[in-house]
Design a protein around this ligand. Structure first.
Ligand SMILES: Cc1cc2nc3c(=O)[nH]c(=O)nc-3n(C[C@H](O)[C@H](O)[C@H](O)COP(=O)(O)O)c2cc1C
Length: 197
């Protein structure tokens, strides 16, 4: 089996040393369509999300976890947009990441999306540590997924995460292969620092 990471360096070219897991996390699109994630590992990955910090420990992150081959997986996959639909069907798991804004009757939680993103980040890093890969998506019909799973009007599907293991390079289309080989880049750190006194 030849993986893309055997032939192309996907690690971040960092200007300062990072934890290896952080440097090596990237967002592949070529997933092994036969791979099944064992349940203990999937629980570990979700546990990382559970232990993410959140404003006032309200814990607004909710997850719709679906395994490939189930009706629930199809309900999410059906609502993915364009190219996402093409590649994400090979993921072992699709997770709809939901922010629950419930706080007080008269006030929504202004940090719900922030906290959800942080929980998903923790999940992604733990997945990388477990030898899995994640690819987050914003291209999907959020209202259709919310309706399919009967979410309340306080619950918003903010993103979808594909989780799986890398495909053999020989099974990947030319388009996927090209995208998987595109260098990973970032803005210079200076551009991010509005002040650094
Ligand atoms: C909120 C969010 C939405 C994204 N939406 C999509 C998407 O719809 N389709 C896609 O292929 N990648 C999507 N991505 C992946 C980003 O393009 C990717 O993380 C970015 O290019 C950096 O690449 P890296 O994760 O490999 O470092 C999304 C990422 C995030 C965090």
């Amino acid at each position: 089996m030849t993986l893309i990471t055997d032939t192309v360096n996907r690690s971040a070219d960092t200007d300062a040393p990072l934890l290896t897991t952080l440097a090596e996390r990237w967002s592949p699109r070529g997933y092994d369509a036969t791979a099944v994630i064992d349940e203990a590992t999937l629980t570990t990955v979700l546990e990382a999300a559970r232990w993410a910090p959140s404003a006032a420990n309200i814990q607004p992150a909710r997850f719709i976890v679906t395994r490939r081959g189930t009706d629930s997986f199809a309900k999410i996959h059906d609502q993915l947009a364009g190219f996402n639909k093409m590649w994400a069907d090979s993921a072992s798991v699709l997770i709809a990441n939901v922010a629950d804004a419930t706080m007080k009757p008269e006030q929504d939680n202004p940090w719900a999306s922030y906290d959800l993103g942080q929980a998903v980040a923790h999940l992604s890093v733990q997945a990388q540590h477990e030898g899995l890969h994640t690819h987050q998506m914003g291209g999907f019909d959020a209202a259709a997924i919310a309706e399919a799973f009967g979410l309340s009007d306080k619950q918003t599907v903010v993103s979808v995460t594909a989780l799986g293991t890398l495909a053999d390079v020989s099974s990947m289309s030319a388009e996927i292969l090209e995208r998987e080989s595109t260098p990973r880049t970032r803005k210079p750190l200076d551009e991010l620092l509005l002040a650094n006194d």
